[in-house]
Design a protein around this ligand. Structure first.
Ligand code: PLP
Length: 288
């Protein structure tokens, strides 16, 4: 933060930062697994693209940001980490309300790896509730800019807990499935994969599933996915940097397929984790 490496407990931002006051920020999360960053280039691309669209500027180049992230991980010592890079609008030294006068701020941190699904849920599959909450529309917030507009997703989570489920999916303005709190979703039907296209963050894990499918010769496409299609799928899984590919075996009050984690999901999970050691998909962190 502000050019210094600090213990997490000392990392604090001003209450006047527009990131805090107005969610005026973009960020990206990449993970480190067994001492290697997974697809860091793709995360940096998305982060820098988001900053540009929000008209934010930092005094660091892409190479310098990569070095800062690497230092954060190396200093933390975590071999499996969840690594964030954040750019906030910052604050104006004169309290101006003009966002052009704010000094944009960069924050990066590394904490132990965390997952949407815990070990038990990864083995038996998650129970998801489809919320009636509509994801903030792309005309309001461009979902390809990874953003902090999560009130709809958090409402979805509370709806899901009230229902007795473990996590949630929210819908788009046409009542098709959108995404969940920190993840995209896929269906598998007759061996073909589908994922929502509208009102979603184009996730790096989602893209990774497309890449794995082309390697495995599986058909995968993005398009509208209705509630009925999701519930009639043979298999459902969610994707996130926070956990990778994670099975879903119950939606609302009904089992998905036979209620067990499906074969296609297992195959993709297996290949996904194998790729973490592949130098074409990952780079090592050098620890002190
Ligand atoms: N959708 C939302 C709203 C997210 O916040 C995230 C990640 O945090 C995702 C989807 C999944 O994206 P990725 O696979 O890049 O982690």
């Amino acid at each position: 933060m502000d050019g210094q490496y600090l213990p997490m407990s000392e990392a604090k931002i001003s209450v006047l930062d527009w990131g805090f006051l107005h969610s005026d920020a973009t960020y990206d999360t990449v993970h480190v697994w067994d001492g290697r960053f997974f697809r860091l280039d793709m995360h940096l691309d998305r982060f820098l693209r988001g900053m540009e669209r929000l008209r934010m500027k930092l005094p660091y180049s892409r190479v310098e940001i990569q070095a800062i992230l690497t230092n954060c991980v190396a200093l933390s010592g975590h071999k499996c980490a969840y690594v964030d890079m954040i750019c906030t609008r910052g604050a104006s030294p004169t309290f101006s309300r003009d966002p052009r006068q704010a000094e944009n701020r960069f924050i990066a941190f590394a904490v132990p790896f965390g997952s949407v699904a815990n070990k038990e849920q990864l083995e038996r599959g998650l129970h998801i509730n489809i919320s009636d909450t509509v994801r903030i529309p792309p005309k309001s917030i461009d979902p390809s800019i990874k953003n902090c507009h999560w009130l709809d997703l958090v409402k979805g989570l509370f709806d899901a807990y009230d229902y007795g489920a473990e996590t949630a999916l929210v819908v788009d303005a046409n009542d098709n499935i959108a995404e969940g709190p920190g993840f995209n979703v896929f269906t598998v039907k007759d061996g073909r994969l589908r994922t929502p296209v509208y009102s979603v963050l184009p996730g790096i894990t989602r893209q990774t599933v497309f890449d794995l499918c082309s390697e495995l010769g599986l058909s995968a496409a993005a398009g509208d996915v209705g509630r009925g299609e999701l519930k009639a799928a043979d298999e459902v899984f969610i994707t996130s940097t926070a956990g990778g590919i994670m099975p879903v075996t119950k939606i609302d009050d009904a089992a998905v397929g036979d209620g067990k984690v499906g074969a296609v999901t297992c195959k993709l999970m297996d290949l996904y984790w194998k790729k973490h050691a592949d130098p074409a998909w990952s780079i090592p962190v050098s620890y002190p």
